[in-house]
Write a protein that binds this ligand. Structure first.
Ligand code: FA5
Length: 355
């Protein structure tokens, strides 16, 4: 390369810089351009490296030319940086001066928890106040915990009460939260107060009030001299606290092999006010809280002495309670993944959580 060609190429670089400056509107853009022109792999570094290839008598002049052009370009970019920084400071000042703290804030749509979660948290708060611990158990459960330990042996007709998903490995998807009763007894012994919210699975025909995946909350209290009166009083308090009003309940005998006596507590349907609708299968009542006194065989399976201790257990239909609370007519919308039918309920649920 000769000096004339070098000068032409330096001219071109300077022109490129001049052309680019008006398009560089932010410090970031400027920084990127600077790196392109002045960086190690840029054209100016290549010229600096090339100085040594010129004949010795020309090197001084070439060096001077390259350095002075480099300084000029650096100065030009520096001036542009100052201008951009001033502009940014001015814009900030202007924004601060035009900020009106009396204007109403921007409305942002709030997210919310799922209605079932909202009711679950509410129930947990009530029971934690009463000294209950919150437990969890596995959703894939052994036949022993799901049935046998709950006084439902293999040949017992009560196995047909809960349509079961059997897995290839011989386990089941738990059909109820009751297996955690036994797990909690093994873990804590007596006395014991525990609450177990959780997902359950049944091979059901779906309708407005039956899903194959739904939530229950198991409650278990074991102590000395626990009676069915304690259970009924607690159930009434629980349901009216969750619904935030007195609710009409119907108590009738119920059969579950793991309790004796067993009772069913139904709530009058909050969707139709008890007149009858598809949600309550036109009966005016919704099965919500089956419960009873823990069967001695179950206490034994839990390694608790039934001559010393008594207890009650319940298996609240959490999903159905959430439907009653938020006026959700069809259980299928809860798991459908379409948020639109849930929006109203979720707003209410959000309000409850923020209370
Ligand atoms: C049981 O699951 C017993 N483990 C409850 C229990 C626990 C009784 C402790 C006594 C002592 P049941 O099958 O009735 O019982 O179910 C309990 C509640 O879960 C029902 O009242 C209902 O509200 C709800 N439920 C049951 N099946 C479904 C379903 N397919 N979809 C939605 N909710 C359901």
């Amino acid at each position: 390369m000769d000096i004339a060609k070098l000068t032409t190429e330096l001219d071109q670089i300077e022109r490129r810089v001049e052309d680019a400056l008006p398009t560089l509107r932010s410090i970031d853009e400027l920084r990127r351009f600077e790196a392109e022109i002045l960086g190690k792999t840029g054209p100016l570094s290549a010229f600096v490296k090339a100085i040594k290839d010129f004949p010795a008598d020309q090197r001084g002049q070439v060096g001077q030319t390259v350095n002075s052009r480099k300084n000029r370009i650096e100065a030009r970019l520096g001036t542009h940086r100052d201008a951009l920084q001033q502009q940014a400071a001015g814009a900030e000042q202007q924004a601060a001066a035009s900020f009106d703290p009396t204007l109403p804030g921007e409305w942002r749509e709030m997210g919310s928890v799922h209605p079932v979660t909202a009711v679950q948290w509410e129930i947990e708060r009530i029971f934690v106040r009463l000294g209950f611990t919150i437990e969890a158990g596995p959703e894939m459960e052994s036949e022993f915990f799901n049935f046998e330990a709950l006084n439902i042996p293999g040949d017992h007709p009560a196995r047909d009460m809960q349509d079961t998903f059997w897995l290839k490995n011989g386990m089941v998807l738990r059909t109820h939260t009751s297996p955690v009763q036994i797990r909690a007894m093994h873990k804590f012994g007596a006395p014991l107060r525990t609450l177990v919210p959780g997902r359950c699975f049944r091979y059901e025909t779906l309708d407005a009030s039956h899903e194959c995946t739904f939530h229950q909350v198991e409650g278990l209290m074991i102590d000395r001299d626990i009676s069915i009166a304690n259970l009924i009083a607690l159930s009434k308090t629980l349901l009216s606290e969750v619904m935030h009003r007195e609710v009409e309940l119907r108590i009738r005998p119920g059969y579950f092999p793991f309790v004796e006596p067993g009772i069913e507590i139904d709530m009058n349907c909050q969707i139709c006010g008890g007149r009858g609708c598809p949600t309550c299968k036109h009966s005016g009542w919704v099965e919500i809280l089956p419960c009873g006194m823990v069967h001695p065989n179950v206490l034994r399976a839990g390694r608790i002495d039934p001559t010393q201790w008594t207890g009650f257990a319940f298996g609240l239909g959490l999903t159905r309670l959430a439907m009653m609370k938020y006026g959700i007519r069809d259980i299928r919308v809860l798991n459908a993944g379409d948020l639109r039918p849930l929006v109203g309920a979720q707003r209410l649920a959000g309000a409850i959580i923020r209370e």
